[in-house]
Design a protein around this ligand. Sequence first.
Ligand code: SAM
Ligand code: SF4
Length: 328
Amino acid sequence: MLVESPLTDRFARTFGYLRLSLTEKCNFSCSYCLPDGSECHSMEGDLSLIEIRRLVTAFALLGTQKIRLTGGEPSLRRDLCDIIKTCKNVAGINSVALTTNGFRLEKDVASWRAAGLDALNVSIDSLRPEMFQLITGSGKLRSILTGLDEAQALGFKQLKINTVLLREQNARELDDFLAFIKTRRITLRFIELMRTGDNADFFARQHLSGESIQQRLLSEGWTQKIRSANAGPAKEFIHPDYLGSIGLIMPYSKNFCADCNRLRVSSKAELYLCLFAEQHQSMRALLQRDDPQPLMNFLRAALQHKTASHDLQNQITGSTRHLAMIGG
Ligand code: SAM
Ligand code: SF4
């Protein structure tokens, strides 16, 4: 496939990674995201399979190689396997990944893999069933862990756990998490809680910097892996006695945005230049024609408005009320 000049912004960052939200709807009520549950009850107006194919084709022609399907909860889409296949079949796409809360993992992971899914992130905020229930509102931890074991046997290129660091809810479980990855070839990523429009009070109580974990890992013989170019914003740590590794995502750290390599599209076809931008442009009209060129022109022009960094340090969270709107 002939890639036209890759998507590049004013700060010489290139964007080969698209995070695509399939729906805002979610069936969990995570304390930091949707504590009162999802307000979105219908999936009407979410991107159709044809729109997804057109969108991914235009991105691929501009150098995108990796797609992550997210949400809301992407596995609520009945056509998830078709979406995975569709993305996989677009020339130039060499990796299709999924981020899920795992509620369908045990039942569906084999069919996702058979459809062509390459990589999987499962969000698990606690390994203790009561704490998991308290954080997510779900009693499915056991089934999610069984699904994760199945996923390990299916030969995914990458298998990761996402854990949002919460001062009062899971910060004391570091030993459990480390024991969990000792014998499993999994990357467990601690994500610092991000402030969004809806969670200011929760953030003030629960935010914990990843620095404390980094210090502890370094003092216990973990070393930071050298990152490849365009590896994204996580720092990764390894230890000779552990099969798995630990990732740290620290969005409040200096220069976090310097390595930004991703763009986001909502399930309503809006382009998000940043998780925390104020305004987003709709691409819906451009997706009604089977011609990638106008969409590519739009994307090239839009990229020139991407800012150097988010402004979270100044409590500016843009129009993002919670990350279920766009997928984190
Ligand atoms: N529902 C799926 C899930 O939970 O994996 C996909 C969407 S969810 C918005 C994507 C990721 O964002 C999850 O790992 C979740 O834990 C994380 N997340 C949500 N809100 C967050 C916040 N305020 N700060 C940091 N991470 C957050
Ligand atoms: Fe749903 Fe994911 Fe948000 Fe939890 S983090 S409420 S699973 S969208």
